[in-house]
Design a protein around this ligand. Structure first.
Ligand code: ZN
Length: 214
């Protein structure tokens, strides 16, 4: 039984680390598209040449090229028993292409690491303050969404960093919403609570993947 796994999650969810641990546990490669693109460019393969040309223009690598890079990677012998994909698919066309790539290779398991926005903002370095008394929010207060001193509501400290983080999360949510909807409706799909401690998240992840493999 192949272990074909896709991990989804927003920036700050710890997806890369969890993908690494899960791949080690399952003894399949972690396939990170960020690493793949860097590797293709560094090795100067024909595919890497195309990637380099796109990047040199300052453009994003399009669906077709990204699918080719992933197809090449999943075709290598070490991925025959499965893989943990991290960073792919990002779009519905990429997800459809992945389905086609996996024809005859066993089912796909998709796990989304979900983390509340407030927690992501905290992790990504944005600071929250109490709107009533102005005290800096502790991690516990941020998790609870209330000031630990007076119980007041928390607000974003007005600085560029926080706004950049929120915008990054908004863009991610907008871009991945169709993909999440696609997988919720179509594939074996599970969620884990990414707000928990990393070891707990990993235990949860390993459990849902083991259930999928039965
Ligand atoms: Zn307060």
């Amino acid at each position: 039984m192949a272990l074909n796994i896709v991990l989804l999650g927003p920036p700050g969810a710890g997806k890369g680390t969890q993908a690494e641990r899960l791949a080690a546990r399952l003894q399949v490669p972690r396939v990170s598209t960020g690493d793949l693109l860097r590797e293709a460019v560094a090795q100067g393969t024909p595919l890497g040449g195309l990637v380099r040309a796109v990047m040199a223009r300052g453009a994003l690598v399009g669906d077709d090229l990204m699918v080719e890079v992933v197809r090449e990677r999943l075709g290598r012998p070490d991925a025959a028993a499965g893989f943990v994909l991290d960073g792919f698919p990002r779009t519905v066309p990429q997800a459809e292409a992945l389905d086609a790539l996996l024809a005859g290779r066993g089912p796909l398991t998709v796990v989304e690491i979900r983390v509340p926005e407030q927690e992501l903002i905290r992790r990504l370095g944005a600071r929250l303050v109490c709107g009533a008394c102005g005290v800096n929010a502790t991690p516990e207060a941020a998790a609870a969404g209330r000031c630990g001193r007076c119980g007041g509501g928390l607000v974003q400290r007005a600085d560029d960093g926080a706004e950049v983080v929120r915008e990054r999360l908004r863009v991610f949510a907008r871009e991945t919403q169709p993909l999440i909807a696609f997988y919720r409706a179509r594939s074996w799909y599970r969620e884990v609570n990414g707000a928990a401690a990393p070891d707990e998240v990993f235990a949860d992840l390993a459990r849902v993947v083991a259930e999928a493999g039965r």
